[in-house]
Design a protein around this ligand. Structure first.
Ligand code: HAM
Length: 422
């Protein structure tokens, strides 16, 4: 048997229905705030992520699915969406449009990680990006929209942590200070943190094994310049005003290099080790790093699989059909196809199509069940009416159990549409 590759999974109809419900809420929550959908390609030039996500990130260092096409170009299956949205913004000259531009997206993303519960190699994200606004209201609105969306889809009791990274210049000075601190404590640090002292010292805050050393480490949040501190405090004040609970986490780091100023993450205890439901932040230098004019940006993304794992909402049930149509064999079993035009099977087939054209949801008995078994099946589906098409045409209303013989198949749809009790 050929199985789906490790770290991928098939989305079967029941999960599909839950995803559609999530997508509906995404459209509702973000659409009503003026965000519009954007779709970018599944693969991009590798350089986009090297420059956008950052050479020192785990994603670029070891998690990208990169391949060469026939023309020798290096392409990568997108590991995240922000760099692509910024590329599209630049490529389509969207800076000429009235700002800010507000986008949302959903789709598959790819990271070569070790699969476990909530961590896949192909996963889906929903995301939002606002490009062209640096106001603290932008950050607060984004955070509130994600909080609202998570509640709306049944992910309750999340924990929200926020922090600020300041400007890249400040971060460079801070990094040097942190590197020095880490070198002094090098002997107490685990190997994977030691290996990253030069490349990405801030990731040391992510390591549980380095927690004791990091408790005494200098903190970026204490070193913010006045403008960044003011921006951060305004974001916090807006969240307070909206009644959203959060924790300020001076050690919050995220696995992408483009962040500036605000940084945030929602986690859920329902998820176990992979507790991050969604997160994001501001990326004021990214558009410029990708060759555009200096333009501020901020956004977030959340994992669809993780939302569905953490959501308490029950799976939506499949919609029940208005009509279930059953051909009743006349005398001998129906002749082999092609069936004569007026055979019960042919009449049942065209009645089902006509019912759909008339705006009813209709299903045809496709498996050749007996009338008794077909009625049982229609009941399981929750069908309102069953039409039995044989020598006679009968319509059964399932709830009342009433059945009436009609003059012909052409009477089935009008009778249902009139909505009379049988
Ligand atoms: P991220 O934190 O790397 O951020 O991913 C966002 C979310 O995607 C995570 O919180 C998690 O729910 C989900 N996720 C990530 N990796 C996996 C995986 N291997 N399996 C399942 N789910 C996963 C970003 O991607 C940024 N682009 C967010 C952003 C947008 N920042 C600003 N704008």
């Amino acid at each position: 048997m050929i199985e789906a590759p490790k770290g991928t999974h098939d989305v079967l109809p029941e999960e599909s229905a839950r995803r559609e419900a999530l997508e509906g809420q995404l459209r509702r929550v973000l659409g009503s705030a003026g965000y519009r959908r954007i779709d970018t390609p599944i693969f991009e030039a590798t350089e986009l992520f090297a420059r956008g996500v950052g050479e020192s990130s785990d994603i670029v260092q070891k998690e990208m699915y990169t391949f060469s096409d026939a023309g020798g170009r290096s392409l990568t299956l997108r590991p995240e969406g922000t760099a692509s949205v910024c590329r599209a913004y630049i490529e389509h000259g969207m800076h000429k449009l009235a700002g800010p531009q507000k986008f949302f997206y959903l789709g598959p993303f790819f990271r070569a990680e070790t699969p476990q519960r909530g961590r896949q190699r192909q996963f889906s994200q929903i995301g939002a990006e606002v490009i062209g606004a640096d106001s603290p209201e932008t950050d607060a609105e984004l955070i509130l929209l994600l909080a609202e969306l998570l509640e709306a889809v049944g992910v309750h009791g999340t924990r929200l942590r926020i922090g600020s990274l300041g400007t890249p210049e400040l971060r460079a000075v801070y990094r040097a200070e942190l590197r020095e601190y880490l070198r002094v404590h090098e002997a107490e640090l685990p190997a994977e943190v030691r290996a990253r002292i030069d490349l990405n010292p801030m990731r040391a805050f992510d390591s549980a094994a380095a927690a004791a050393v990091m408790a005494g480490a200098p903190r970026l949040l204490d070193r913010l310049g006045p403008e960044d501190a003011e921006h951060f405090h305004t974001v916090c004040g807006l969240l307070d005003g909206a009644g959203l609970t959060y924790e300020i986490d001076p050690t919050l780091v995220r696995g992408l290099d483009y962040y500036t100023r605000t940084l945030f993450e929602f986690t859920s205890d329902a998820l176990g080790a992979q507790s991050g439901v969604g997160g994001g932040g501001r990326y004021d230098g990214l558009i410029e790093a990708l060759g555009g004019q200096p333009t501020p940006g901020a956004g977030w993304a959340a994992g669809v699989e993780r939302i569905l794992l953490a959501a308490e909402a029950p799976a939506p049930t499949a919609p029940a059909p208005d009509l279930f149509v059953v051909p009743v064999p006349v005398g001998a079993p129906a002749p082999a196809p092609p069936a004569p035009a007026a055979s019960p099977r042919a009449v049942a087939f065209s009645l089902t199509g006509a019912a759909r054209h008339a705006g009813l949801s209709a299903q045809l008995e496709l498996s050749g069940r007996s009338v008794k078994a077909a009625l049982k099946h229609a009941d399981r589906l929750g069908a309102r009416y069953v039409a039995l098409i044989g020598e006679e045409v009968a319509l059964k209303e399932m709830e009342s159990g009433q059945q009436r013989t009609l003059a012909g198949a052409e009477d089935v749809i009008p009778t249902i549409l009139r909505g009379h009790r049988l």
